[in-house]
Design a protein around this ligand. Structure first.
Ligand code: ZN
Length: 98
């Protein structure tokens, strides 16, 4: 555990936002919910991946309604969240393992 913390301190954390591309501004605050597609500014952690010199922290857009369902353990939502985020990460960051 301590070893892990030391490793993390020396690595730069890079936040990687994953979401469906739309006509909305690329660097805007509003993007479609990864589950239902509704436009939202609400974000959700996907997880992080430790690379050799840095840590990728994946974040996605999840509307409050889907977020509540996800955190209440809705199996369908969790399955969709996992498969969709994995697909996006594999597509946009093909050299990473998730
Ligand atoms: Zn949603």
């Amino acid at each position: 555990m301590i070893h892990e913390n030391i490793l993390q301190e020396n690595k730069k954390i890079k936040e990687k936002y994953i979401y469906r591309r739309t006509r909305l501004p690329y660097y805007g605050w509003l993007h479609p919910c990864i589950i239902c597609g509704i436009i939202t500014s609400n974000i959700e952690d996907v997880g992080q991946l430790e690379k050799q010199y840095e840590i990728y922290k994946f974040i996605t857009y999840l509307c409050p309604r889907c977020q509540i369902k996800k955190h209440s353990g809705d199996k369908e939502i969790n399955k969709k969240f996992k498969s969709t985020t994995t697909r996006y990460i594999n597509y946009y960051y093909p050299n990473t393992i998730y």
